[in-house]
Ligand binder design. Structure first.
Ligand code: ASP
Length: 376
């Protein structure tokens, strides 16, 4: 390319940035609610948006009592985040609190209910990011930490690295004093069934059941297995969890935690722990947590792209999220969705699947919990 044409291209690329209003320094963005007395600290209304995965979720494939269990699970997570925020807590603490609740709930594909990799192990990914400081921590393919989001937080706060993986991350978890669990803790019968179905479909070898997991007699299977929706052969579902929060100080944060995709190649790393792909937060733009087929979210840097549209093109959050999810990912079958929040209190979700488990709550408002596409 001739230098002149390169310069012309650069000039075009820079126009939106240069014509944009001067970048606001952190903490000085427009408050959602402010005291009129300028000597009083600015108080923002807190807000939470969270997801429990996106995929083939429809009423016919999910009995009403299972739907209720998921709604209760999402509600518990909202409450955990709200409890932190009502005390004036930081967005990042609220994110961690809500994710830990979902990691402990075997219904979700994170922590306790993580899906299995093709070799019969649970390899979990998680990331957390603080929009106020742009600090981030992430872990990939960890196998023993009860709450991988706490491990991601420890990487952020106790190391100078952003991401640790595999056995090194597991070792660091021990050193950091985080609660460890044996493989049997992460075993759920319904996830194991999904693994076997997937492996048979792909003609792959079946690994032995993990140690410490007794074979339940056939008539106890239903009791042992937490009900999981969309387990019909061929159905694709995801149960990753993610949370984005705006706190009363005007800061935002994001976190995501997952077992990844059923029957994934072991040591595969998805988008959730990759900053800018499945997780991102910056007080200069927005906070995002994604869910779906991670490979698309990685290649299209979904989370950062949405925030860049908000930051440099001054798009409304909903439009930015819809543009990426529907205009970029949908045509190439990049199934999934995102939840999003901005420091000025915009909340959004967008998904191109038949459903996404999702919930939101603004301070003083009523919780809204939805699962299917035809809900608001
Ligand atoms: N995005 C996750 C992954 O690819 C899976 C999910 O969101 O359900 O690992």
């Amino acid at each position: 390319m001739k230098p002149t044409s390169l310069a012309a291209l650069l000039a075009i690329a820079l126009v939106p940035t240069l014509s944009a209003p001067a970048q606001l320094p952190p903490h000085s963005h427009r408050p959602a609610t402010a005291h009129t007395d300028e000597h009083l600290p600015v108080v923002h209304k807190w807000a939470i948006v969270l997801h429990g995965g996106a995929g083939d979720i429809d009423r016919s494939s999910m009995p009403p009592q299972v739907q209720q269990q998921y709604r209760d699970g999402l509600s518990d997570a909202l409450n955990a985040a709200a409890a932190v925020l009502n005390k004036g807590g930081a967005a990042i603490d609220a994110v961690q609190a809500a994710i830990e609740v979902m990691e402990d709930n075997p219904l979700f594909n994170a922590g306790r209910g993580a899906v299995f990799a093709a070799n019969g192990t649970n390899q979990m990914d998680a990331a957390i990011m603080d929009g106020a400081t742009m600090r981030a921590g992430a872990v990939a393919d960890v196998q023993h930490t009860k709450n991988p989001i706490a491990l991601a937080r420890a990487v952020m706060e106790k190391t100078r690295w952003v991401m640790l993986s595999g056995s090194g991350a597991d070792e660091f978890s021990l050193q950091a004093g985080l609660q460890q669990e044996p493989r049997s803790y992460f075993f759920t019968e319904s996830r194991w069934d999904s693994l076997l179905r997937e492996l048979r479909k792909e003609n792959l070898p079946i690994p032995p059941r993990p140690p410490g997991t007794p074979l339940p007699p056939a008539n106890q299977r239903a009791l042992a297995a937490p009900p999981v929706f969309s387990e019909a052969p061929g159905a694709r579902h995801y149960g990753t969890v993610g949370v984005v929060v705006l706190d009363t100080h005007g800061n935002i944060a994001a976190g995501t935690s997952t077992g990844g995709l059923t029957a994934k190649r072991w040591d595969r790393i998805g988008d959730s722990p990759i900053i800018g792909a499945g997780t991102y937060a910056s007080d200069a733009s927005c906070a995002i947590s994604g869910t779906g087929i991670g490979e698309y979210f990685i290649r299209y840097t979904v989370a950062r792209t949405i925030c860049a549209l908000v930051q440099y093109r001054h798009m409304r959050l909903q439009q930015a999220a819809d543009d990426v999810i529907h205009r970029e990912l949908e045509p190439i079958h990049g199934d999934g969705g995102v939840i999003a929040i901005t420091p000025d209190g915009q909340m959004a979700w967008s998904f191109n699947t038949s459903g996404m488990l999702r919930a939101r709550l603004r301070e003083g408002g009523k919780p809204e919990i939805f699962m299917f596409r035809d809900e608001p």
